[in-house]
Design a protein around this ligand. Structure first.
Ligand SMILES: Cc1cc2nc3c(=O)[nH]c(=O)nc-3n(C[C@H](O)[C@H](O)[C@H](O)COP(=O)(O)OP(=O)(O)OC[C@H]3O[C@@H](n4cnc5c(N)ncnc54)[C@H](O)[C@@H]3O)c2cc1C
Length: 150
């Protein structure tokens, strides 16, 4: 389970805590992890107390959310579940695109995460619709236009 936190942070981000420890507000220690049924797959991640790492309003919101989640099914979360936080999101270069998300290469569009403007499922799906509409409404690039940029 990954907790997204945005904003500027000056702390190491590969940290995690057992859910049971998180609720009890005690640090997860290496000794306890040896018996934990779930292992972290992040090689550099270090056990911690996420209450030391995240602001209180975040830990409270996460706890409330996980409480609700655990009511949906007993299999979704248990004491051994590992909470990793925070996730570091980096944005890359932005691709220049015109209306309809056309690039300067005829017939070549850019969509979803690749644009570099925003990341998210809705944004990715929306860009797909924008491109589909542009293709349906627009004129196809000529063979000459297509081959001249390859
Ligand atoms: C851990 C995590 C949690 C997230 N949670 C959320 C969330 O809660 N809400 C939200 O809105 N967004 C979330 N996102 C972001 C969201 O998943 C992305 O913004 C979205 O999936 C982008 O869609 P996309 O189609 O641009 O790219 P992708 O979904 O990454 O699709 C790209 C596809 O291209 C394939 N591919 C790559 N290279 C090649 C190649 N050479 N040949 C053929 N295929 C290739 C890949 O296998 C992949 O299937 C999360 C992302 C991560 C990593």
């Amino acid at each position: 389970m990954i907790i997204y936190v945005s904003g500027k942070l000056s702390i190491p981000f590969d940290q995690f805590q057992r859910y049971e420890d998180f609720v009890a507000r005690i640090p997860t220690i290496e000794e306890k992890l040896k018996q934990n049924s779930i292992k972290s797959t992040l090689p550099d991640a270090a056990p911690t107390n996420l209450h030391w790492v995240l602001p209180q309003y975040v830990t409270e919101a996460v706890e409330e959310f996980l409480n609700h989640l655990s009511l949906l099914s007993e299999d979704l979360i248990n004491g051994d579940t590992l909470l990793h936080a925070p996730v570091w999101e980096l944005c890359w270069d932005r691709v220049q695109a015109e209306e309809g998300l056309r690039t300067n290469v005829p017939g070549f569009y850019v969509a979803g995460d690749a644009i570099g403007w925003a990341r998210g499922i809705i944004q990715a799906a929306t860009t797909g619709i924008v491109i589909a509409r542009d293709i349906l409404n627009g004129k196809k690039p000529s063979d000459k236009e297509l081959t001249s940029t390859v």
